[in-house]
Design a binder for this molecule. Sequence first.
Ligand SMILES: Cc1cc2nc3c(=O)[nH]c(=O)nc-3n(C[C@H](O)[C@H](O)[C@H](O)COP(=O)(O)O)c2cc1C
Length: 613
Amino acid sequence: MRPPPRVGALHPISHVTAPTFACRSFPSLACSPSHVSLSRSALLRQQTRRYASTEAGAPTVGSRLRNLAVGATLLLGFGVIFVYVTDTRSSIHKYVIVPGLRTAYRDPEEAHHVGNNALKRLWEMGMHPRERGNPDLNQDLTIEVFGHTLLNPIGTSAGIDKHADIPDPLFAIGPAIIEIGGTTPLPQDGNDKPRVFRLSSQNALINRYGLNSEGADHVAMRLRRRVRAFAYSLGYGYDADAERRVLDGGAGVPPGSLNAGKLLAVNIATNKTTPKEDVEAVTNDYVYCVDRLAPYADILVVNVSSPNTPGLRTLQQTEPLKKILTGVVDAARSVDRKIKPAVMVKVSPDEDSDEQVAGICEAVWASGVDGVIVGNTTNRRPQPLPHLQNLTPLEEQHLLETGGFSGPHLFERTVALVKKYRQLLNERPASTETPSRPKGSLEAEADRIKASIKASTAVAPTENPNDVVASIDTGVIPFKDMSEKEESEKQPLFKLPTDRFYDQSKSEQDSLKSNNDSSEVERHRLRSIQDALEKLPPKAERNVSNDRPKVIFATGGITNGKQALEVLNAGASVAMVYTALVYGGAGTISRIKDEMRAEIKGQKGQKRKKSRS
Ligand SMILES: Cc1cc2nc3c(=O)[nH]c(=O)nc-3n(C[C@H](O)[C@H](O)[C@H](O)COP(=O)(O)O)c2cc1C
C-alpha cells in the first residue's frame, strides 16, 4: 500500500502561485492564505486528504495523557529552573554568569553594561534575580539609620548604577541601601576608553572612569518616572499630585527607595570642566545636583573623593569643604518635600593623616552634614594579597594603569579609617562651637527658651514617631544582635531631636503655633522664639543639626560577612560593597548577610560556652 500523500504534495506546480511555492519550499516564511490560488477541485481534494490524515492521527486517551505528562514535566522543569536561576543564593551567579561575562567581554566596562542591561530587562519581565524567602524579616540584622529602621546594614556603593537604570533590581538582590551615581550637573563623557582594568587573581579592579554621567536632569527624569510609576501602581495616578503624595511619604515608604526598610542614596559630583579653585562655582555644581535630585533621594552623597577628576580631592581641605557642604546642606533642607534627605560626604582613603581627617571632621560639624561615607578607590598600589601572589603578565601591566584601585586589599585601611573618623566625629570640635557671630549669641537665648518649651511640652522620646535614632558604635561594643533583647538594649543608641529632617524653623513655628491658644505664657514664649530665630543668621550657619551624632558608612574592600561586622564594630552603621559584587555576582549581598548571621550565631555560642565553663 502506498503511504498517504503529504498534504499539498499532489498539487501540480501549475496550480500554485510563486509565493505559495516559496512558502512550501521554505516553511519558515510566514505565508498568508491570500498567496495561495488553487483550483476548486484541488482544494476539495486537499480538504478531503487533510481530514483523512487528522483521522489517522486522532489522539487516544493514552497519548493525551502522555502529552499532558510531558507538558507538566516541562512546565515543572522550567519552574524549577526559573526559581533556581532567579534565586540570589544559587551558585550559578558566581560560578557561571560572572565567569561567562568575563570571558565573553574582555573589556570590564562592556561586561558591566551588558550585566546592567540584562538586569534591567529581566526586571521588566519579572525574571530578575532576587533574595527569596525574605530572610531580613527575621529582623536579626536591622539597624537604625537617619530615623529609619533598615532591614540590614549592607549597601551597594556608587558607580554600579551611575545613571539610575537599575535601582529596583539592585534592591531585589538584598541590600538595604543602594547608592546611584556619581552624577554631575551637566552630562560628561568621562575619560577615554579603556578605563577599567581587571586584576582577577586579586578580585580587584582599577578604574579611571572620570565620572562619566548622563547629567543630573536626565537622572532626575528617570527617578521621577520611577516615582510616578510607583504612584500609579498604588492607584494614585501618574500626575504631579500623585508624585507629590509619594514624595511626601503618603505611601508609607521612604520617598527615595520606595521600599520599606530601605534607602536610596544619590552620589553627586562637580563637572570636570568646573575650575576646582573656584569654590563658588564648584558649590553651585553640587547645589544644582541637589535641586534636581534631592526630591528623589533619601540620602545625598557629596563626592569629593573620586581620584579620576583632577583637583576634586583638593576640595577635602577644610575651608572649601565647609563652604561646599554648607551650600549642599542649605539646598537639601529647602527642598520642597516634607521629609528632607540626609546629607553625607564621601571621603578618600588616601587623605588619611590625622590633620586631614580632623579638618574634614571640622567641616562636617561646621556645615551640619549628617554623616560620612568613609572610603573610595585608592591611588596607592597595595601589595598583592599573600595567598594570591601570582599576577599574570597582563595583570602586572594593569597594575601600572592610572586610576583608583578597589578590592579586598583596601579592607584593613577602611577599618582603621572608620575608627579614626568615629573617634573624631563622636565629639564636636571646639572650633565649630564658636561660630563667627556677634557675641551674646541669639542661639543661646533661643535654645534656652526652646529647652524650657520642650520641658513643658515634652513627650517621652520613645513615644514620638518622628524621633530619629542613630546607631553610634564606639568600637568596643559588638554589633547589635537584635534577637537578644538585653544585648540590644546595651547598644548605644542615641535618640535625636525630632526635627532631624524638617525645616526646623518652620516646624518649630508650626508646632508652637498650635500651642498658641493654650496659654498666655506659651504665647509669650512663642513670640520670643520667633523673634530670636528671625534674628539668626542663615540656616546652615546655625549648625542646626550639630548636636546630633554623625553617621558613618564604610566602603573599601568589604568582601564577606566577617568584614562587614568588623566595620560595623569599628563604628560604621552600614557596610557598602562594589568590587565584591563584580566578582561574586548577584548572590554577593545574600552571602554576606548569611555569613554575618553565621558569625553572630558562632559568637553567641562561644559566649554561652564561656559563661558555662
Ligand atoms: C568601576 C568603579 C566605578 C566607581 N564609580 C564611583 C562613582 O561614580 N562615585 C563614587 O563616589 N565612587 C565610585 N566608585 C567607588 C566605589 O563606590 C567604592 O567606594 C570603591 O570601589 C571601594 O569599594 P570596593 O572595594 O567595595 O569596591 C567606583 C568604583 C569602581 C570600581
